[in-house]
Each structure stands twice: as structure tokens, then as C-alpha cells.
Design a protein around this ligand. Structure first.
Ligand code: C2E
Ligand code: CA
Ligand code: CA
Length: 793
């Protein structure tokens, strides 16, 4: 129960614990105070040394009183020696103890100093006390009455004066006590015991008081050391902060004025300290805001709101004008409170973040701008379109989206080089900028694709006018260093909200309209209409199915004979591909070939047809040729000559029996490449025919420039030949032209005898058409040839 709590053993243990703690509190070992211990020791010694003059005086009085009183008792020589020892010792202590201390700014003392001082103090007490103790039993009552208070006084004074060095104090007090006990013992008092008890009580009290004083002294020492350490730390941090060149500290009072202005702060504001103190902090900043920037005012108001509400803030960026230059400052601050919790102003840090801000702005600019033309890029265009669409959805605001694609950019880029291509794009960008209204967005989406977004021109007629204006502006040739380049463009237009409100849908509409504009012969513009979306869907489906058809070889090659008008005999068969679709039956090439050309699938399909046609021809009589259509995409591909070589080698067909039909579109772009391909093919003996002549450019220049063997007059002229004199004139002209250039002529789409006869009369060489035969599967050819003889001409 509670008993154990008060057991003597417990009490002793507690006492012991107290003593231990007390010892610990007044010790200056490295283990307790670490690196400060040596400094603490020096401070202890200094504290004692400071009092030595007082001690000296007191001691002098006591010493001489004793010496004068007991002069006769011990004779002069002993007395003089005692006085000399007691006075000179004090002088020696002063000298000797000072000698332990090293360093002026931060004095230090070794551990042995305290041991020495303790020994000095103990010995001194014994030496000094020895004389009065010796005198005590020999003297009168009067003498005893003098000795007792002198010894007690010496003990008290010494104990207190030495208290900064507790061990020395203890040694001294005990020394005096010991001499006093000896004195009492040697005297012949009856009440000796009570005096001894009293002496013991005194001694313990003095010891206790000196310990307590020591503790106070030590706690002050340690407190000072701690605050010293903190001050050093703060100094270090502040120094570090000051050296960090772009930051400054600011502190404002409740009234909003700066409390003090450091040189760094004055320098940052570019203002004299008096000016800074004359106005409130917010007034200062307000006056520094760059004029004509509403966003600056918004940011400033944000700062004022924080200050009003007493809300701490950080990384608040504010534009300011310092010495006529715009800078960006980042501010952070916390409200201050006094000890009663009332607002006491603000303290914070400001940093100049101009460079970081510029770097960030530049990055943002680069992310939004097309580097070549300086127009908006696809990314920022997408953002802006999304914003405008949102606005349109909310407020009914209308806008128009224009996609623009250059018709002949690729050929210019290929033939004149990328440097010229880049210049051309810049020239186009400049012209677009001039055409649009202020506030419209012009962007380059990539390659030769441009876009215009306008919410000022939104009626269909006004948008048409804008498109027209752009086409006219682009039509003027661009003078690029040493070349003049003519560029044409196709434009697709979509209107919001009419064609949609979703940015993606709107872009798709403009894209489809652009596709339609290109299909309509280029250098023109088209508005989006819903049927475009239907045909686009059909086309997309067809593209997908074409892939499958290629893999599964759902194709078949039909052949249509070409007949010589002079003999009525067959001279060749044209290979015409057919798609045997699983659900939709036979699909015409005029439907799927353009799609295959778009996707590039025509290359593999065309190669397959070429191979089938050549293979079939090897089974025919050697006099018969086979004509194979080559699309422009195939013709322009780098590999076409190799493919022809390969197929001829694989099938073993005589090159002279192969005729390749190309259209003018294959020749328009990349003249040199086209010519080289033609030469390469013809050098192998392969014949080349120009298909659909009369429908395209039909330029005489082409015929002169490109070596060819045959000209195919388009069925369009043949169809109206009999009734239309204009058609007759064109056909007559073509035939005479071909003659002049030593080209064979073939008339396509001959369906009746009248056409046949007329063409014979006009001097046409060959005919092809339903009258002779519809295109037939390869297997039907032997039977056909059995009925119709070959031409032997
Ligand atoms: P094309 O080269 O002008 O072929 C002649 C087209 O006229 C063929 O249509 C043929 O069936 C048709 N035709 C022949 N005689 C008559 C006639 O008397 N009256 C009428 N109204 N039409 C006649 P098809 O087979 O539908 O081919 C259409 C086009 O598809 C071809 O026009 C050709 O440009 C292309 N094509 C066909 N096969 C291939 C091929 O294997 N590769 C490539 N690249 N294109 C091909
Ligand atoms: Ca053809
Ligand atoms: Ca044709």
C-alpha cells in the first residue's frame, strides 16, 4: 500500500536521485555540455575571478583582525608568515586561475583547471583556518567570541563567492568546517556537542545555498548558450537569404506601411527609402503596375483581397515597372499577431521571377505558334476552336471554319526544294493574314494545310466572299527569291451552329467540304452539305472492305478487245479489273479505284492486275498485245519500273506486247521523274498509251515532251460524235495531231456502226467499245478469237 511509498529505502533512493540530478545540473563535463563545456568552465572561473577584489578586501580585514588580536599569542614571525601566506595566496590565485583561461573572444578552460581550483580552495581554507583554530583553545572568551563569527563569516562568504565552481565551494566550506571542528574539539567547552551540531547545520546550509546559487548560475549559462546558438543559426540563415540575390524581406505595420527598408528592398523597388516609407505598401505596388494591362490590376486586387482578409498567401505573381522596365515579382506573406492575438501587420518575402516568367511565356508561345509561319499551330487552333464552339453553344454566337489546302504544294516542294517550299508557305500565310479581319484566327495545321476561324464573318454569303477573296489573293504568283511560283488552293467551309457545335464534328465537316472542293477540280471552295458525309461514310466503308478484298483476292480481270479499223481484226485486249463483292455483286472500278488510290492500296492491286494480265497474254497468239491501266499513284511510285521488270520476268511476256495506259494526271506533277519513268519503260520495249485524252489538260506540250506510242480518245467525244459537229472537230484535230507526232490513235466507247464508220473515215487507227465486245472474262477470249480474226495488219 502507501507504506512502501514512504519506506526509508525509498526516501534514500529519492534523495540519492536528487543529489545526482543536482550534481548533474552543476557539472561542466563534455558529456553534459558537449563542445560548450570548456567555455562554461572559463565562464565559471571568470565569475569567481570577478569577485576576487571583494574577497581580497574582506579577507584582508579578517586576516588583520585575527593577526592583531593574537599577535602576542604566537609571536611575530608565525603571524607574519600566516598573514603573508593568506594574502599572497589570494594574489597567486588571481594570477594562476587567469592563466587557465585561453582565448579572448570565446574564453575556454580545461577540465584540470577546476580540479586545481578545487584543490587550491580546500588547501587555502585549511591553511587560513589553521591559525584561528590553533588560537581557539588558548585564548580568552573575548578571543573566542571574535574567532567564531570570523570563521562563520569566512565560510559563508567563501561558499557564496566560489559557488560558480561548486566543487571548489564545497572544498573550501568543508576546509573551514574541518578547522572549526578541530578548534572546538581542542577547547574545553561543556556544550561542545550543541556547538558542533550548530556548526554542522551551518556547513550544510552554506553548502546547500552555494549549490542552489550554482544551479541558477548554470541554468543562466546554458540559457545564454542556447540563445547564442539560435542567434547564430538565424544569422546564418539570413546571410544565406541575403546572398540569394533576387529575394527581399518586407514587413508592414497594421497601417500598411513598411516597417523598415533594407537596401535590398530599396534596390528592388528602384525607389529611395524615404519614398518607400512615405506610402503604404499597396499604394506603392499600385503605382508600379504596368499601365494598360487589365490582368495586372486583377492580380493586384487579388493581393489586396488577401491582405484584407488576413489570409496568408504564396507565389502570387505581380507585374511591376521598376526603373522603366517591366519585371515580375512573386510575393508570399503571413499575417503577424501580437502577444494578445491582435493583427500586427504582415511579414513576407518578395522575389524577382522575371526570367523564369519570360522563359515560361516563351515556352507557352512556342507551344502555340507554328515556327515556320508565325501563325497559330494545330494545338492552339484546337483550343481556340473548342472555346469558340463552347461560346456558340452557350450564347448562340455563330462562327465559320475554313480548311485550306494547297493543290500543288507537293510538286513545288519536290521539284524546287524544301527551302522554296518553306518560303511559299510563309508567303501563303502572309496573304491569308491580309485577307481575314482583325480577331480572326489563322492557323497552319501542318504541311500545306491551313485553317481560318472567324466569328465575325458568319453568313454564307459573307463567308463565300471571304473564300473568294482568299483564292484571288493566292492566285497571284509568289516571287520567291529567283523563282516565281503559282499556287492554287482548295477550300472547305463549315458553319456553326448550322453544321454542328462540336469542334470535332465541325472539323470533320470542313474536311469533307475540302475533299469535295478538291474533287470539283481544285482551286475552288465548297460549303459542307450532308450528302458529303454520306458519301464519306460509304467511302470509308469501301476502304475497309478493299483491304479485305485484297487479302482474299476478290478481284478478277476482264478483257476488252481493241480492233484495227483498217482490217477489222483484233490487235489487243485492255485489262479492266472487276471486284466480285460477296454481298454487293460486281463493283465497277470507277467506284473503287479512286478509293484505292487515296489509300495507296492501288499499288498492290495494280501490281496484281498487271501480273494477271501479262499471264493471260502469254496464252494468247503472239501477235496480240495486252493494255494495262496504271493509275497516277502507281506511275509516280519509285518502284514502278522494277515492278514491270519483275512481272515481265516472272511471266516471260515479250515487253513489246505490253502496253501501259496512263492519264495526264500522272504527268502533271514531277515532270522530270515522269519523263525518266517513261523513258525507262519504253527503253524496255514496253508501249505507253495516253488514256482519256481530251478530258484533262490535253496540252500539246505534254505530247511533245513525253515520248508515247498511243493516244486514246475519250469515249465522251465518241458518244456525241455522229450528231455533234464540235465533237467531230475535236476528234479530227486529235487524230491529225497524233499523226504529226507519229502516235497511234484509239477511239474508246464505240457502240454503234455509225461511229465506227465515221472514225474509219477520219483516219482513226483502232476502236474499242461495246460494238466490238464488252469486257469479257479471260476464259472467253479463245471463243471470241475463234469468231473474230486477228488483225494481220
Ligand atoms: P478506262 O481506262 O477509260 O476504261 C474504259 C472504260 O470504258 C471501262 O470501264 C469499260 O468497261 C468502259 N467501256 C468500254 N466500251 C464501252 C462502251 O462502248 N460504252 C461505254 N459506255 N463504256 C465502255 P470500267 O471497266 O468500268 O473501268 C472504268 C475505269 O476504271 C477505267 O477507265 C480505268 O480508268 C479504271 N480501271 C479499270 N481497271 C483498272 C485497273 O486495273 N487499274 C487502274 N489503275 N484503273 C483501272
Ligand atoms: Ca484505259
Ligand atoms: Ca479511257
Amino acid at each position: 500500500m502507501m507504506v512502501s511509498h514512504f519506506s526509508p529505502a525509498m526516501l534514500v533512493a529519492q534523495l540519492f536521485q536528487h543529489v545526482r540530478q543536482g550534481l548533474h545540473d552543476v557539472r561542466t563535463t563534455e558529456r553534459v555540455d558537449g563542445p560548450s563545456a570548456r567555455h562554461f568552465r572559463a565562464r565559471q572561473i571568470q565569475a569567481v575571478l570577478n569577485l576576487l577584489p571583494v574577497v581580497f578586501l574582506g579577507n584582508l580585514v579578517a586576516t588583520f583582525t585575527i593577526a592583531v588580536t593574537f599577535w602576542d599569542l604566537f609571536g611575530p614571525w608565525l603571524m607574519i608568515a600566516w598573514v603573508a601566506v593568506s594574502v599572497l595566496s589570494l594574489w597567486a590565485f588571481d594570477r594562476g586561475w587567469r592563466g587557465f583561461i585561453r582565448g579572448a573572444a570565446r574564453p575556454l578552460a580545461p577540465a584540470r583547471a577546476l580540479r586545481w581550483i578545487t584543490a587550491h580552495a580546500g588547501l587555502y581554507a585549511l591553511a587560513w583556518g589553521a591559525l584561528p583554530a590553533a588560537a581557539f583553545p588558548l585564548t580568552t572568551h573575548h578571543g573566542e567570541l571574535l574567532i567564531a563569527p570570523v570563521l562563520v563569516g569566512m565560510m559563508c562568504a567563501g561558499g557564496l563567492i566560489l559557488s560558480p565552481i561548486p566543487a571548489a565551494a564545497a572544498a573550501y566550506v568543508v576546509g573551514i568546517a574541518v578547522t572549526s571542528v578541530v578548534a572546538l574539539q581542542r577547547s574545553s567547552y561543556d556544550n561542545n556537542l550543541s556547538l558542533l551540531t550548530l556548526l554542522a547545520a551551518y556547513t550544510l546550509t552554506v553548502l546547500a545555498v552555494s549549490w542552489l546559487t550554482a544551479r541558477t548560475f548554470f541554468s543562466r549559462l546554458r540559457g545564454e548558450a542556447e540563445s547564442d546558438r539560435q542567434r547564430q543559426l538565424i544569422d546564418l540563415l539570413l546571410k544565406d537569404f541575403e546572398e540569394h540575390a533576387s529575394d527581399w524581406l518586407w514587413e508592414v505595420s497594421v497601417g500598411g506601411r513598411l516597417r523598415h527598408v533594407s537596401s535590398r528592398l530599396a534596390q528592388s523597388f528602384g525607389l529611395a527609402p524615404e519614398r518607400l516609407m512615405a506610402q503604404s505598401f499597396t499604394e506603392l505596388l499600385s503605382a508600379m503596375l504596368p499601365p494598360g494591362q487589365p490582368e495586372a490590376r486583377i492580380l493586384f486586387n487579388e493581393l489586396v483581397t488577401h491582405l484584407h482578409l488576413g489570409r496568408p498567401f504564396r507565389e502570387l505573381e505581380l507585374p511591376v515597372v521598376v526603373n522603366g522596365k517591366q519585371r515580375w515579382w512573386s510575393l508570399m506573406a503571413k499575417p503577424l499577431f501580437d502577444e494578445r492575438g491582435r493583427a500586427a501587420g504582415w511579414r513576407g518575402v518578395g522575389s524577382d521571377v522575371t526570367d523564369a516568367r519570360h522563359a515560361r511565356d516563351e515556352l507557352a508561345r512556342l507551344a502555340n505558334v507554328d515556327a515556320l509561319t508565325g501563325l497559330a499551330n494545330r494545338y492552339s487552333f484546337g483550343n481556340e476552336l473548342a472555346r469558340v464552339c463552347e461560346l456558340a453553344a452557350e450564347s448562340g454566337q455563330r462562327c465559320a471554319l475554313m480548311y485550306l489546302d494547297l493543290d500543288n504544294f507537293k510538286s513545288i516542294n519536290d521539284s524546287l526544294g524544301h527551302a522554296v517550299g518553306d518560303q511559299l508557305l510563309r508567303c501563303v500565310a502572309d496573304r491569308l493574314r491580309v485577307c481575314v479581319s482583325v480577331g480572326d484566327l489563322v492557323a497552319r495545321l501542318g504541311g500545306d494545310e491551313f485553317a481560318v476561324l472567324t466569328w465575325q464573318t458568319t453568313s454564307e454569303s459573307a463567308v463565300s466572299e471571304l473564300a473568294e477573296r482568299i483564292l484571288v489573293a493566292l492566285a497571284a504568283p509568289c516571287q520567291l527569291r529567283e523563282v516565281r511560283v503559282e499556287v492554287r488552293a482548295s477550300i472547305g467551309l463549315a458553319l456553326a451552329p448550322r453544321d454542328g457545335l462540336d469542334p470535332q464534328a465541325l472539323q470533320q465537316c470542313a474536311d469533307l467540304a475540302l475533299y469535295a472542293a478538291k474533287g470539283a477540280g481544285r482551286n475552288t471552295f465548297r460549303f459542307f452539305s450532308p450528302p458529303m458525309a454520306d458519301s464519306a461514310r460509304a467511302r470509308a466503308r469501301l476502304q475497309q472492305e478493299l483491304g479485305v478484298a485484297l487479302a482474299e483476292e476478290q478481284f478478277e480481270v476482264f478483257f476488252q478487245p481493241q480492233v484495227a479499223l483498217s482490217t477489222g481484226g483484233v490487235v489487243a485486249f485492255e485489262a479492266l479489273v472487276r471486284w466480285q463483292h460477296a454481298e454487293r455483286g460486281l463493283i465497277s472500278p470507277s467506284e473503287f479505284v479512286p478509293v484505292a488510290e487515296e489509300t495507296g492500296q492501288i499499288v498492290s492491286l495494280g501490281t496484281w492486275v498487271l501480273k494477271q494480265a501479262c499471264l493471260a497474254a502469254t496464252t494468247w497468239p503472239a501477235a496480240l498485245r495486252v493494255a494495262v491501266n496504271l493509275s497516277a499513284v502507281q506511275f509516280r511510285s519509285q518502284t514502278i519500273v522494277n515492278i514491270v521488270d519483275q512481272v515481265l520476268a516472272d511471266t516471260g511476256l515479250d515487253p513489246a506486247r505490253l502496253e501501259l495506259e496512263i492519264t495526264e494526271s500522272a504527268l502533271i506533277e514531277d515532270h522530270d521523274g515522269a519523263r525518266a519513268t517513261l523513258m525507262a519503260l519504253r527503253s524496255r520495249g514496253v508501249r505507253v498509251a495516253l488514256d482519256d485524252f481530251g478530258t484533262g489538260y490535253s496540252s500539246l506540250a505534254y505530247l511533245r515532251r513525253f515520248p508515247m506510242d498511243q493516244l486514246k480518245i475519250d469515249g465522251m467525244f465518241v458518244r456525241s460524235l455522229v450528231q455533234d459537229s464540235d465533237a467531230q472537230a475535236v476528234v479530227t484535230a486529235i487524230i491529225s495531231l497524233a499523226r504529226a507526232l507519229r502516235l497511234e490513235t484509239t477511239a474508246e466507247g464505240v457502240e454503234n456502226q455509225a461511229q465506227w464508220d465515221l472514225l474509219t473515215a477520219m483516219g482513226c487507227d483502232l476502236v474499242q467499245g461495246y460494238l466490238a465486245s464488252r469486257p469479257m472474262p479471260g476464259g472467253d477470249i479463245p471463243a471470241y478469237l475463234a469468231r473474230f480474226p486477228l488483225s494481220l495488219g
